[in-house]
Design a protein around this ligand. Structure first.
Ligand code: EPZ
Length: 418
């Protein structure tokens, strides 16, 4: 199993180009099931999760051509010969459940493995199922599978008890060809929802007020192919902003979107990091002493849960005590134990972590427990005394594109060992 070997890094400097967003491209790939015409997607990052989603589409009979150098994907679901996902394939990717909406809209049936939990929580899909049922689908769950079928989906009013990103995306994709109008109330408003809705509207869907908490969808008869460029990954951008902060560096993110990063920018300024929004990108300069901060994860535009781990790494070497509250997932502090092994002073109790900043971290062997925890350990290793070894970095490869190359270009001392 490959691992990262990371030594204490000089202050990062230079510029980095942020890749297409994993959490935008995954639902957009599923949306290509809604038309028999070809869709062309740009800025598709060569991530393990993207390959896994492409394999799922191919298993359903979809034609997929992907140039991982140009990062362009051509997807053509001329016919969807299968409506069942195999357990092994779906099990690699929780987002595999996002084909349920498009399959109901296109083929009026679907049989998908009920996604299991993962390290960060039980990850239920009850809100997805509530939406499909409201649209007229008949749902049965047995033997670990969710079977859904319908004669025709009919527009309706759906209230989400929690602004779930995945449920909003799945219901959106089911509703675009339903009979009549669908209203989703308390919908997620993340940038990835906006990107999906913009792609669907390019295909001929009639979605209004996306990006707001009440979205309206007027069903259409069918959708056509479309071209789309995926938005930059705000979580990757935030990760590099913290990499600059934790090493006392000065870097430029050439294509990050400031509007997607409001909570991150605000929190870094609290930590005494300078952020400049320039025409050529976002500059992050950390020349002063890092200061402790409190943070609470919330749905967008609140502080994103996917950056909680990397900000915890930052807090371990900031002056003072930081209080971190994780409100979105029930078990997302697994990285704390690994950071403690590096000399961090962290106490966790349920969804709250209290971090007392220390003068230095020390290198040791640690393990990535999930995608974002792995990134947090990479950043911590870049300021630890000595040479840190991070194992199970397949987690990191799921969501970070060419991470070590980009970090090396900024001056980091990191290498991959198979
Ligand atoms: C998406 O997951 C992202 N994944 C996650 O990123 C991200 O952390 C999360 O949104 C929150 O922003 C993708 O987009 C592929 P949710 P998703 O439905 O859709 C509860 C990463 O690291 N819930 O908004 O699964 C759920 O238990 C990953 O890139 C229900 O109760 O997130 C959780 O507590 C990790 N019932 C909360 O909502 C449901 O039916 C947020 O889940 C659905 C969700």
């Amino acid at each position: 199993m490959s691992k990262f070997i990371i030594s204490k890094s000089p202050a990062l400097s230079g510029k980095v180009e942020i890749s297409g967003a994993k959490n935008a491209v995954l639902p957009i790939l599923c949306a290509c099931l809604l038309t028999e015409k070809e869709c062309i997607l740009n800025s598709v990052p060569p991530l393990m999760d993207v390959y896994a989603m492409m394999d799922i589409l191919k298993s359903l009979g979809v034609k997929v051509d992907y140039d991982n150098v140009k990062q362009v994907a051509r997807i053509k679901a001329e016919k969807v010969s299968k409506t069942k996902e195999e357990y092994e394939m779906a099990g690699k990717l929780r987002a595999s459940f996002l084909v349920m909406g498009p399959l109901l809209a296109r083929r009026q049936k679907a049989k998908l493995p009920l996604p299991g939990g993962c390290q960060i929580g039980t990850r239920p899909v009850d809100l997805h199922i509530k939406g499909f049922t409201a649209l007229g689908a008949k749902i049965k769950q047995e033997h670990g599978f969710v079977m859904a079928k319908c004669r025709r989906l009919t527009g309706t009013h759906i209230y989400l008890d929690f602004p779930s990103v995945g449920a909003t995306e799945n219901i959106l994709m089911a509703a675009v060809m339903a009979d009549g109008v669908t209203v989703i109330e308390n919908a997620a408003v993340e940038p990835e929802i906006v990107d999906l809705a913009e792609f669907l509207n390019k295909m001929g869907a009639k979605i209004t007020d996306y990006g707001k908490s009440t979205i309206t969808i007027k069903g259409v008869k069918n959708l056509k192919g479309a071209k789309h460029t995926v938005i930059p990954d705000r979580i990757e951008a935030g990760t590099f902003m913290v990499a600059a902060a934790i090493t006392g560096g000065d870097i430029l993110l050439t294509n990050a979107v400031p509007d997607h990063l409001g909570a991150i920018t605000s929190k870094l300024k609290e930590a005494n990091v300078e952020i400049e929004e320039l025409s050529r990108g976002i500059r992050v300069c950390a020349k002063g002493e890092l200061l402790a901060f409190d943070l609470k994860t919330m749905p967008f535009p609140g502080f994103p849960t996917d950056l909680q781990a990397v900000f915890m790494s930052l807090s371990t070497v900031a002056k003072g005590t930081s209080v971190i509250t994780e409100t979105v997932f029930e078990n997302r502090f697994l990285h704390a134990g690994e950071l403690i092994r590096m000399g961090a002073e962290i106490k966790t109790d349920g969804r709250i972590a209290v971090v007392d900043g220390v003068k230095k971290l020390t290198a040791t062997q640690v393990k990535a427990t999930d995608l974002r925890a792995g990134a947090a350990l990479v950043l911590a290793a870049m300021v630890a005394e000595g040479e840190t070894e991070i194992s199970d970095i397949f987690h990191v490869d799921r969501g970070y594109c060419l991470l070590e190359e980009k970090l090396i270009n900024l001056g980091a001392q990191i290498r991959r060992e198979e």
